[in-house]
Design a protein around this ligand. Structure first.
Ligand code: C2E
Ligand code: CA
Ligand code: CA
Length: 714
C-alpha cells in the first residue's frame, strides 16, 4: 500500500468530496439553528406584544370602569358629605365586581390620603393607602388639575396585594366644590389568575409576575406612571423555535440523508474510478519498466538501478548473457516457439539469480543480471556457470527440441566509470569476446578486450566488403592417399585477401564472421569458389570447412546443393568438414542435416578429432564418412605411445563405422610411416604440401596426371 498511486487521486477527489459533505452538514445544522433562532425571536416578539396588549387592555378597562363609576351622581350622593359605607359595600363591593372587574376598591381623601372605605382584600377603612400603593400614591392623587374635567389616572403599581393596575378618579359631586375632594381607586391584581382569565387562547404560557429586578434581561419590565420599575412579567415560550426546528430538522435529515446517499454513490463511483486510474497508472509504470514478454525488468529499469547503485557508491557486477543459437530456433520453429523459449530462459534466469539485485531482459535474446555488494563478482561468476549448465539441456517447447547456449560477459563497476552505461558496455564487450572464443562460455572483462573488440569490428567491416566483392582468397591443400601417395583430394581453406592492409588468420576472421552473423555468406562464398576451382580438377574430392553455426540455417542443405549444382560439380565429389567440439551442441540437429546432405551424396568429415571431449561411443551416433585426426595428436605420435594408441583406437572404430581416416598436420617422414602402418587412409600436411593457390595446385594435379599417363604408356 506504501506505493499505492491511488493516494493522489484520493486526495484530489475523495478529500474534496468529504469536505463538501461535511460543509453541507455543517451548513444545514447552522441553517437549522438560524431557523430555530428566528422562530424563537418571532415568538418572543409576538408573546411580548400579547402581554403588552393584555396589560394595556387591563388598564383601559379599569380606566373606563373608574371613569363611569366616579362620574355617577348616585355614587356622589353616597360619598358626600359622608361616606355611606353601606352603599359602597353593597354597590362597589358586590361580589359581581370584586374579583371579576377589579379586586379592590378604595374611597379616600385626596388631601390626606385617608381611607374612607375599602372593599376587597380586607382591612377596610384601616387600609394605609400610601404604603399600599407605595410610590405610586402621590402621582395618582396629585396628578389632577381641574378635577371635574379630568379623566381617571391609572398606573401599574407594586401594591401590597402584589402587582396590579390602579385607576383613580375623583368622585363627582354637583355643587359642593369646596368640600374636600374624595377619590375612588380601583385596583386590579395582575396575577396568574388574571392572566389566565384574560387569555382564553393561552398563547402565552406560564405568564406570571416577578420582582422588577428579575425582569431586566427577560420578560417585560412594567413601570409605574412615574417611570419607576413596578414589577416584571415573565412567561414561557410555546417552543415554536424548537417546533420549527424539529420540522426543519426532519426535512433537513431527509435532505442530508439523501445527500449522503448521493455522496456515497459518488464516492463509490470515485473509488472505482480511483482504483481503475491507479491500476492503469501502475500498469503503465510497470509497462514502462518491464519487458512484456518475460515480465522481467527492462533496460530502462536496469539503467535506473545502475544509476542508483553508482550514486550510492555500491560496488556492483553484471553478467551480460546473449543466447547462442536463438536466431536459428526462431528461424526454424517460428516466433511463437522463440517467444516461449525466451520466457522459459527468463524464468530459469530468475530462479538461478535468486541472490541478484535484478534480472532483466535487454531485448532480443539478451539478459542482464545485476549483483551488488562485496561478493558480487563471485556471485556473477557462479550465476554464469549455473546458466551455462542450465542451458546445456535442450528445451522442450510443444514437443520441439530447442538448443540454445549463452555467451556471457561479466564486468564490475569501477569508480572511474564515466557513467552508469560504461559497465554495460564493458560487459557487452566481454560477451562478444565469449562469442568470438567459440560461444557458450563466460568471459570477465579485460581492458585488452576493448582493443580486440575494435579490431574485430574493423575485421567485420572489412569482411562485409570482401563478401560483397567476392574478393575472399582461397588456398588449397592437397590430401594424399596413404596407399599410393597420389593426390586424391584437396581441402579448400579461406584466406584473408592479400591486397588488404592487414593480415588476418582464418581462425580469427572465421570467429569474427560467426559472431558478426556473416558466416552463412562467407561459407557460401567459400563453397562456390571451391567448386568453381574444382571444375579444373576432375576426379578429385574437394573438402570445404563448415562452421557449426551454418548447420542451424534451415536452408543450409538446399543452398549448398544449389551452389554445387550451379558449378556443375557432382555432390559426391564434395566433402564438408566440421569440427568435433562444435558438434556437441545440438547434436540431433546436426545428425539430421548430415543425413540430408549424405542422401544427396555429399560426404561428411569430422574435423580436428581428438581436441574435443566427445567419446568414441558418441561418434557412433553420427554416420561420418571420414574422421580427420587433429595435428596436435599426429605431432605426438612418434614421441608418445598414448597418442599412437588413440590413433589406433580411432582407426578401429572408424573401420567399424566404415569411415576413412585422414591424418592431419603430417610434417615428418617418420610420421608417414607410422600412420601408414597404423592404417590411416589419407595423409595431409606440410610434409607433402602446404596450402597453395589454385594455379599452383592445378600444376601439381597436371603433373601427377602426366606422370600417370607416362606410367601407363611405359
Ligand atoms: P582446419 O580445418 O583444421 O585446417 C587445417 C589447418 O591446418 C589449416 O590452417 C592448414 O593450413 C593447417 N595445416 C595443414 N597442414 C599442416 C601441417 O603440417 N602443420 C601445421 N602446423 N599446420 C598445418 P588454416 O588455413 O590457418 O586454417 C585454420 C582453420 O580455419 C581451419 O582448420 C578451419 O577450421 C578454419 N577454416 C579455414 N577456412 C575455413 C572456411 O572456409 N570455413 C570455415 N568454417 N573454417 C575455415
Ligand atoms: Ca579442415
Ligand atoms: Ca583440422
Amino acid at each position: 500500500m506504501r506505493n499505492f498511486v491511488g493516494w493522489r487521486y484520493i486526495i484530489a477527489i475523495a478529500l474534496p468530496l468529504l469536505l463538501a459533505s461535511l460543509g453541507v452538514i455543517s451548513m444545514t445544522t447552522d441553517l437549522l439553528k438560524q431557523v430555530a433562532g428566528n422562530a424563537d425571536r418571532a415568538e418572543e416578539l409576538r408573546n411580548r406584544e400579547i402581554v403588552v396588549r393584555l396589560l394595556k387592555n387591563a388598564e383601559t378597562d379599569l380606566v373606563r370602569l373608574a371613569g363611569q363609576n366616579a362620574r355617577w351622581d348616585e355614587a356622589a350622593r353616597h360619598v358626600y358629605p359622608d361616606v355611606d359605607a353601606q352603599w359602597i359595600r353593597a354597590t362597589w363591593g358586590s361580589i359581581n365586581s370584586i374579583g371579576h372587574a377589579y379586586d379592590r376598591v378604595v374611597v379616600f381623601e385626596r388631601e390626606t390620603g385617608q381611607v374612607l372605605a375599602s372593599e376587597g382584600g380586607g382591612q377596610g377603612a384601616a387600609l394605609d393607602l400610601k404604603s399600599y400603593l407605595g410610590g405610586t400614591f402621590d402621582a395618582l392623587s396629585s396628578g389632577f388639575g381641574e378635577f371635574d374635567l379630568a379623566q381617571p389616572i391609572s398606573s401599574y403599581a407594586k401594591t401590597l396585594d402584589g402587582p396590579a393596575v390602579v385607576a383613580v378618579a375623583p368622585v363627582m359631586r354637583g355643587a359642593e366644590r369646596d368640600a374636600p375632594l374624595r377619590f375612588v381607586a380601583f385596583v386590579r391584581k395582575l396575577d396568574g389568575k388574571f392572566f389566565s382569565a384574560m387569555q382564553s387562547d393561552k398563547l402565552v404560557h406560564e405568564l406570571h409576575s416577578v420582582p422588577a429586578s428579575m425582569a431586566q434581561d427577560q420578560g417585560l419590565l412594567v413601570k409605574t406612571i412615574t417611570g419607576d420599575p413596578a414589577f416584571g412579567l415573565v412567561w414561557q415560550g410555546a417552543g415554536l423555535g424548537a417546533e420549527a426546528t424539529s420540522h426543519a430538522r426532519q426535512k433537513a435529515s431527509l435532505i442530508v440523508g439523501f445527500l449522503l446517499l448521493v455522496m456515497t454513490g459518488i464516492g463509490f463511483v470515485c473509488w472505482r474510478l480511483i482504483l481503475t486510474l491507479a491500476t492503469n497508472e501502475e500498469r503503465a509504470l510497470h509497462q514502462a519498466l518491464h519487458d512484456s514478454l518475460t515480465e522481467l525488468p527492462n533496460r530502462a529499469a536496469l539503467v535506473e538501478t545502475l544509476r542508483e547503485l553508482r550514486a550510492a557508491n555500491t560496488p556492483h557486477v553484471i553478467a551480460y548473457a546473449d543466447l547462442d543459437g536463438f536466431k536459428e530456433v526462431n528461424d526454424s520453429y517460428g516466433h511463437q516457439v522463440g517467444d516461449r523459449l525466451l520466457r522459459a530462459v527468463g524464468a530459469g534466469i530468475v530462479r538461478l539469480a535468486a541472490n541478484a539485485t535484478m534480472a532483466s531482459r535487454m531485448g532480443g535474446d539478451e539478459f542482464v543480471v545485476l549483483f551488488e555488494g562485496e561478493a558480487a563478482e563471485f556471485d556473477a561468476g557462479k550465476f554464469a556457470d549455473m546458466l551455462l549448465h542450465f542451458l546445456a539441456k535442450p528445451f522442450d517447447i510443444d514437443g520441439r527440441v530447442a538448443y540454445v547456449g549463452a555467451s556471457i560477459g561479466i564486468s564490475k563497476s569501477e569508480s572511474s566509470d564515466g557513467d552508469e552505461l560504461e559497465i554495460l558496455r564493458r560487459a557487452d564487450v566481454a560477451m562478444y569476446r565469449a562469442k568470438e572464443e567459440g560461444k557458450n562460455r563466460k568471459r570477465v572483462y579485460d581492458q585488452s578486450f576493448d582493443v580486440e573488440r575494435a579490431e574485430s569490428q574493423a575485421i567485420a567491416t572489412e569482411l562485409r566488403g570482401i563478401i560483397r566483392n567476392r574478393s575472399l582468397d582461397l588456398a588449397f591443400q592437397p590430401v594424399i592417399s596413404a596407399k599410393d601417395m597420389r593426390i586424391t583430394g584437396v581441402e579448400a581453406l579461406a584466406r584473408w585477401p592479400r591486397h588488404s592492409r592487414r593480415t588476418v588468420s582464418p581462425d580469427r576472421f572465421i570467429a569474427v564472421a560467426e559472431s558478426a552473423g556473416l558466416i552463412d555468406e562467407l561459407g557460401e562464398l567459400m563453397l562456390d569458389n571451391a567448386c568453381a576451382a574444382a571444375r579444373d580438377w576432375p576426379g578429385l574430392r574437394v573438402s570445404v570447412n563448415i562452421s557449426a553455426v551454418q548447420l542451424n540455417n534451415p536452408r543450409f542443405v538446399e543452398r549448398s546443393l544449389a551452389i554445387i549444382e550451379s558449378r556443375g560439380i557432382a555432390p559426391r565429389r564434395v566433402e564438408f568438414e566440421i569440427t568435433e567440439t562444435s558438434l556437441i551442441r545440438d547434436a540431433d540437429r546436426a545428425k539430421l542435416v548430415f543425413k540430408d546432405l549424405q542422401r544427396h551424396g555429399i560426404k561428411i568429415a569430422l574435423d580436428d578429432f581428438g581436441t574435443g571431449f566427445s567419446s568414441i561411443g558418441y561418434l557412433r551416433t553420427f554416420n561420418f564418412d571420414r574422421i580427420k585426426i587433429d595435428k596436435s595428436i599426429i605431432s605426438k605420435v612418434l614421441s608418445n605411445p598414448g597418442e599412437l594408441a588413440i590413433v589406433q583406437g580411432t582407426l578401429l572404430v572408424a573401420r567399424g563405422l566404415s569411415a576413412d581416416v585422414t591424418a592431419e598436420g603430417v610434417e615428418k617422414q617418420d610420421e608417414v610411416a607410422v600412420l601408414k602402418l597404423a592404417g590411416c587412409t589419407e595423409l595431409q600436411g606440410h610434409y607433402f604440401h602446404e596450402a597453395m593457390e589454385a594455379s599452383a595446385f592445378g600444376k601439381l594435379v597436371r603433373a601427377q596426371r602426366e606422370r600417370e599417363a607416362e606410367r601407363k604408356l611405359a
